[in-house]
Design a protein around this ligand. Sequence first.
Ligand SMILES: NC(=O)C1=CN([C@@H]2O[C@H](COP(=O)(O)OP(=O)(O)OC[C@H]3O[C@@H](n4cnc5c(N)ncnc54)[C@H](O)[C@@H]3O)[C@@H](O)[C@H]2O)C=CC1
Ligand SMILES: N[C@@H](CC=O)C(=O)O
Ligand code: NA
Length: 437
Amino acid sequence: MTESGKPLKVAVLGCGSVGSQVVRLLEEQAADLTARVGAPVELVGVAVRRLDAAREVEVPEGLLTTDAEGLVARDDVDLVVEVIGGIEPARSLILSALENGASVVTANKALLAEDGPTLFEAAAKAGRDLYYEAAVAGAIPILRPLRESLAGDKVTRVLGIVNGTTNFILDKMDSSGAGFGDALEEAQELGYAEADPTADVEGFDAAAKAAILASLAFHTRVTASDVHREGITEVSAADVASATEMGCVVKLLAICELREQPGGEEAVSVRVHPAMIPRTHPLASVREAYNAVFVESEAAGQLMFYGPGAGGSPTASAVLGDLVTVARNRREGVTGAGESAYADRAVLPMGEARTRYHVAIDVDDRAGVLATVATAFAEHGVSIRTVRQEGRDDDAQLVVVSHEATDAQLRATVEHLQQMDSVREVSSVMRVEGGAE
Ligand SMILES: NC(=O)C1=CN([C@@H]2O[C@H](COP(=O)(O)OP(=O)(O)OC[C@H]3O[C@@H](n4cnc5c(N)ncnc54)[C@H](O)[C@@H]3O)[C@@H](O)[C@H]2O)C=CC1
Ligand SMILES: N[C@@H](CC=O)C(=O)O
Ligand code: NA
């Protein structure tokens, strides 16, 4: 056990948006951190790519180094904060830090979703902590609630808005009627979306977070490749208007569900895609770049976690929270809960995911067409909840909302519709989540 009062030495890897705020908080909150940990938390090195780069925080020159590997190899470093991002060199640096006896805090969702098990095994082998609250929904406490507060309950569903950039874009499309391109441009002007916004708008960022959430919620290893992913680039102003007509709003959702299988065993379904949710659902009120995660569990019922999911300072708040816990553990000579994957449930293919669907079909406006369209749905076992016709003649469109069906059933229905003479085009298919069946 570390002697009471002996400083705990911290190395920060990366000094960008998040790293600079971690360094700032470590300095500004030094006295409180000492009181909370029971020992000084001393910054001993900051690894950067270039010594002369402009930074949001002033780092004492003697602490800066471009030799990240050398920094994590120092035997006086107790705690390593990895905020470089990406797969390499972040993975090698974290593994070296653990092997060298340091505890690690990271915000790196891409790495955790791709290769979390390697990191968890290394942490267990080294007898050190690996904490990562900042990796999902930034400042919002959600991973430790899942890992600790809900450890005695059975989580059945996690529904999250976990990407701020896409929520901002969809919110703009909803409130102003803007198209995707204009809303993205505004998100870029305001600094929410990166110059290359692919990871956000194509759903990769949300899929990584969904994998992390599902792993913790269902005590099962889920990686990014297990997650069905669709982004928001195909969401049109017409989809958003259609959602409004149904009393819904379009959100990019990360959906993690426990599904009982015909044999009674439980499997996991994890998907990220745009979906309509009723405006009365708590997630519908999540505006701009905010995040929220809605959790359903057997004993607790419904829980909602809300707040800023991105940004240097909010994300640094989560990193510092982990750092305090990990530092306390180190002083006590203990470690927190490690990976829990004992349930080892199967991850279902997307074809078996069940939900409701909103399908817009451009049709010939003549007698009998509605009946043939309804027959196509029935043939594939998709039960219709409502149907309405919009427009007339060349503009006629049927808008069908189904009851719950599998993704495979819906896909077969859409293929069938596309073959029909009376159907000009299936112009939009969107899932409907979060309401009564
Ligand atoms: N910015 C945000 O809102 C959030 C970020 N995160 C995660 O936090 C991590 C950091 O993100 P940001 O600070 O936004 O990225 P960033 O790009 O602003 O900062 C990363 C920094 O690491 C530096 N770097 C790259 N290679 C390096 C190396 N070999 N040695 C030392 N430094 C190196 C870069 O020069 C850059 O300054 C990522 O894993 C990201 O996914 C998580 C939640 C929110
Ligand atoms: N790019 C992400 C930020 C970090 O997780 C987002 O837009 O939410
Ligand atoms: Na978080």
